[in-house]
Design a protein around this ligand. Structure first.
Ligand code: PXP
Length: 240
């Protein structure tokens, strides 16, 4: 079974909704690790809509599993990564208007630039993963630029509207994973995975890590609701 990287971006989304100090993603990371998270993932976006640089710096000091920094392949982000030194970096495409990361990164179309960024990070001892769609050309280009890992985009599988297209998307992930491993890459996957659709992706042979965020943070908010309300009533009585 693959390991689980818990993406805590949306803990920061709740905090940023009020520009306050709670909930702190650093505290969320500690609790996730206590529950068995094998890694902590954060996406430092150019617009800083959720995770802030302060979070990444503190997480670097506090995370006991491994810290995976998702980022765009920009000079600003490369400088931050070289300074903070996460355990690995996942390069993702980033558009200002998007609600979340949409497609995979186009390695084929920007092989020079991605190769340069991979070289800079990996020669500083930071392994790089490329977030790509499970397409032969993108996998081949990922090998060419020398990345150690890829992360297969599971969004199309997660969003498939019927069983037939879901099976087709799963088969593409399965074949992509096999092709990548044969070519010497290590393979992670993520995006849109939920408690209902994760099982089949977790069963893909050779898959190393699944990065899951929104579904876990959503469930955390709901399974914590009763306790949070009970504790507020206690606080009103001066008992907390
Ligand atoms: N992997 C990558 C590369 C991502 O960009 C994201 C979203 O930030 C995830 C995994 C997690 O996706 P989700 O929040 O849908 O679980």
């Amino acid at each position: 079974m693959p390991t689980l990287g818990v993406n805590i971006d949306h803990i920061a989304t709740i905090r940023q909704a009020r520009r306050t100090v709670e909930p702190d993603p650093v505290a969320a990371a500690v609790l996730a690790e206590l529950a068995g998270a094998d890694g902590i993932t954060v996406h430092l976006r150019e617009d800083r809509r959720h995770i802030q640089e302060r979070d990444v710096r503190l997480l670097r000091q506090t995370v006991r599993s491994h810290l995976n920094l998702e980022m765009a392949a920009t000079d600003e982000m490369v400088a931050i990564a070289l300074d903070i030194k996460p355990d690995y970096v996942t390069l993702v495409p980033e558009k200002r208007e998007e609600v979340t990361t949409e497609g995979g990164l186009d390695i084929v179309g920007q092989i020079g630039r991605i190769g340069e960024v991979v070289d800079k990070l990996q020669s500083a001892g930071i392994p790089v993963s490329l977030f790509i769609d499970a397409e032969t050309a993108q996998i081949e280009a990922s090998v060419k630029v020398g990345a150690q890992f890829i992360e297969l985009h599971t969004g199309r599988y997660a969003e498939a509207k019927d069983e037939i297209s879901r099976d087709q998307e799963l088969a593409l992930l399965d074949e992509g994973c096999e092709q990548a491993i044969q070519a010497g890459l290590r393979v992670n996957a993520g995006h849109g995975l939920t408690y209902w659709n994760v099982y089949r992706v977790a069963g893909i042979p050779g898959m190393e890590e699944l990065n899951i965020g929104h579904s876990i943070v959503s469930r955390a908010a709901l399974v914590g609701m009763e306790r949070a309300v009970r504790e507020m009533k206690q606080a009103m009585r001066g008992l907390l």
